[in-house]
Design a protein around this ligand. Structure first.
Ligand code: SF4
Length: 386
């Protein structure tokens, strides 16, 4: 698996020489010197975990010196489970002919929003997939209806593959699609569907979904239009370590080019592939589950490479609260939302649950001050109704 980087390491390198190399690279990073792709891969593969954690923690402290860890209350609602993409890691999608296929009715949103408001949240995370019957006018109607009935509601909705797909079936540009979605009520764009930004990988795990350049193009346009976005990575399947690093570098480079004053990617959220029952694990039964230490290393290297993204989120939902809390000492400063409803990764094996009290206790136990935030990472009242 690691052959791809062996060329970089002399066959005669000793362990102490490798550790010396990695410490020199980490020192360069702390001195704000740029690091090459090969150096970043070498670091990811060979640095001692405690060294990676220590440097990532120093960088986190420099960006968040208050000792706080943020979290949010939002509600995940799936617009529809009808999707033509057929990603091999996804157990959630159904064909339009399936008896389990649905499109969420507007009255169901109302019920879910009532529960969200009672818990103290004000944001829906709306995701759906690529449904060939839902074009731009359908989404405009949905967003307008939700916003006119619930004027304080925030919509963190869709993702680059869905935006590209809506543009395609509506025969309009990505630019127009985003403009119309924003006018209809889109507040921020999740970084969903990034998986690994390598077309070698995407052609195997999600061949019908947009390619990596289209994913990045949607984000560049979203940044140009001033939308707050996030970036993600789903790793631990068929990608190489070098492809993980390239993914981080592509995101860092798009962030670097965002217009002056635009928030761009406000956060980065990696999570490990949840394999249970997926086509991908049937095709590649040798895929090994990501262990907590591998997740912690990925969080640390993300904080180190993504120097221009302010917030790194640990995914407690997929790795569990214990591993996520260790990530707070490895560069992460955010734990995302308590989970009121989630159907995609939980349909592939993620089973952890945290309520608002549990979230605050977890953060305090780890030595940080819990602070609730909104999608723009503005701190809000810590009062909640859970
Ligand atoms: S991951 Fe998203 S785009 Fe892929 S099949 Fe599932 S719902 Fe569709």
């Amino acid at each position: 698996m690691h052959d791809i980087v062996y060329f970089w390491i002399s066959e005669n390198s000793t362990l102490s020489e490798i550790l010396q190399d990695t410490r020199e690279i980490l020192t360069d990073i702390l001195e704000n010197k740029s690091v090459s792709h090969e150096e970043a891969v070498h670091l990811y593969l060979h640095a001692a975990t405690e060294d990676l954690m220590r440097v990532a923690d120093i960088i986190r402290k420099s960006k968040h010196p208050e000792g706080v860890v943020s979290w949010i209350i939002d509600r995940n609602v799936n617009i529809s489970n009808i999707c033509v993409s057929g990603c091999k890691f996804c157990n959630f999608h159904k064909s339009a002919r399936s008896v389990e296929a649905y499109i969420t009715r507007i009255e169901e949103y109302d019920e879910k929003i009532d529960v969200l408001y009672k818990l103290g949240g004000d944001q829906l995370l709306l995701q759906g997939g690529c449904n060939p019957n839902l074009d731009i006018r359908w989404y405009e109607n949905l967003f307008f209806s939700l916003k006119s009935k619930h004027p304080n509601l925030k919509l963190h909705a869709l993702g680059p593959p869905e935006v590209a797909y809506i543009a395609e079936i509506s025969a309009i540009s990505i630019q127009d699609t985003l403009q119309r979605l924003i006018a209809a009520g889109l507040d921020s764009l999740p970084g969903a569907g990034a998986e690994i930004l390598s077309d070698r990988v995407r052609n195997i795990i999600s061949p019908a979904k947009c390619n990596s350049q289209t994913w990045l193009k949607v984000m560049v346009e979203a940044h140009r239009q001033g939308l707050t976005t996030s970036a993600t990575m789903m790793f631990g399947h068929i990608e190489t370590p070098e492809e993980r690093i390239t993914h981080l570098e592509l995101i860092r480079d798009v962030q670097e080019k965002r217009p002056r004053g635009a928030p761009g990617f406000i956060s980065f959220i990696p999570w490990p592939f949840q394999s249970s029952g997926t086509t991908l694990i049937k095709e590649f039964p040798d895929i090994q589950k990501i262990q907590p230490v591998e997740y912690i290393r990925l969080i640390a290297i993300s904080r180190i490479i993504l120097h221009n993204i302010p917030n790194i989120q640990a995914s407690w939902l997929t790795v569990g609260p214990e591993a996520a809390s260790i990530c707070l000492h490895a560069g992460a400063n955010d734990l995302g939302s308590i989970m009121i409803e989630e159907n995609v990764v939980s349909s592939a094996g993620a089973t952890y649950v945290i309520n608002a009290n549990g979230m605050e206790n977890l953060i305090r136990k780890t030595g940080f001050i819990p602070v609730r935030r909104n999608q723009h990472f503005e701190f809000i009242s810590t009062k909640f109704g859970a």
